[in-house]
Design a protein around this ligand. Sequence first.
Ligand SMILES: Nc1nc2c(ncn2[C@@H]2O[C@H](COP(=O)(O)OP(=O)(O)O)[C@@H](O)[C@H]2O)c(=O)[nH]1
Ligand SMILES: [Mg+2]
Length: 360
Amino acid sequence: MPARLAIIIPVYGEAANVAPLVARLDSALAGLAWEAVFVDDDSPDGTAAAARAIAATDPRIRCIRRIGRRGLASACIEGFLSISAPFVAVMDGDLQHDETILPAMLAAVEAGADIAIGSRHVAGGAAQGGFSAARGALSEGGAALARLLLPVKVADPMSGFFLLRRDLVEEVAPRLAARGFKILLDILLSARRRLVVAELPYSFRSRQAGESKLDATVLLEFGALLLDKATRGAVPLRFVAFAAVGAIGLLVHMVALALLVGPLGFGPAQWAATFVAMTANFVLNNRITYRDARLRGGALWRGLALFYLVCGIGAAANVGIAGLLVRDGLLAWGAAGAAGALITVVWNYAVSSTLVWRAR
Ligand SMILES: Nc1nc2c(ncn2[C@@H]2O[C@H](COP(=O)(O)OP(=O)(O)O)[C@@H](O)[C@H]2O)c(=O)[nH]1
Ligand SMILES: [Mg+2]
């Protein structure tokens, strides 16, 4: 029987949780035609293999293994686009979400809601079990910020547990930012009409096995998502991150120059500082700007060499263009320098996005 409900389960490092989760879904969804799609980003602990082992005997289970990519939101989108069931849910793979409310979530959407959200905040819901105090405060702060932007009232816009019609996902998919952790918020902000939201309370459980993937960069990405939605995507987020990293690189450059100018003299110190700053920029961009396409191992060194080359050409263009503008009397040196720097940032960004990180 074709599935009526597909459950997308993004997983990274959840090998020990896969089988228990399938067993729980099996009992919670008895009598319903369902399927589950695990979307794994090539976890080193063999999560994909654990899912495939079950899929080998259970046709309701599928696994998508992505290589060279990381990201919760993009994993969910990948899952959404792989199914044909009329209803689709997203659920964490770490047993923190309560699968027993899935039938009620489905009933709410079948009854006319656009989206049913498993909420840790509405009366009867609880977050205490699964959260440290600091995480709780962060999550609360983020939720308050998100609520300001949302056209509809949602108690828990940061939830990773929700269910909606597949048509709605297909409608908004081309507008999703595909980066970061907060896919629900992105869907709510990307819909071009007021969605009818049903929130169902549940108790957020504490993690049994594995560890949380939420870290400081996830918060940065959350800020970036809000900015993107608030400006309606006018400025590419990656470019903002790239430019911010560039500004840090400038600071690094000046500090290195100040330290080296004494022992080396200006010319060599300027060269050395340039190398230090480029290296720092590469490392930061690899960790933040291109986190979802992060280079490791041999690819890291190739990427670094290519990055030096790209930035070297960018710097030459900067000096050359600024020089021409000044020579021809088109701009004063300050304005010419700024124009050269802007051209360099755009060049470095465009070329390193496509050649160094091949970001999607
Ligand atoms: N495919 C994929 N899944 C991820 C990634 N990061 C986190 N997850 C999964 O997303 C779910 C929620 O992540 P978790 O770290 O538990 O977040 P928390 O509950 O907010 O601490 C879990 O099932 C994770 O395994 C990722 O980069 N790729
Ligand atoms: Mg979790």
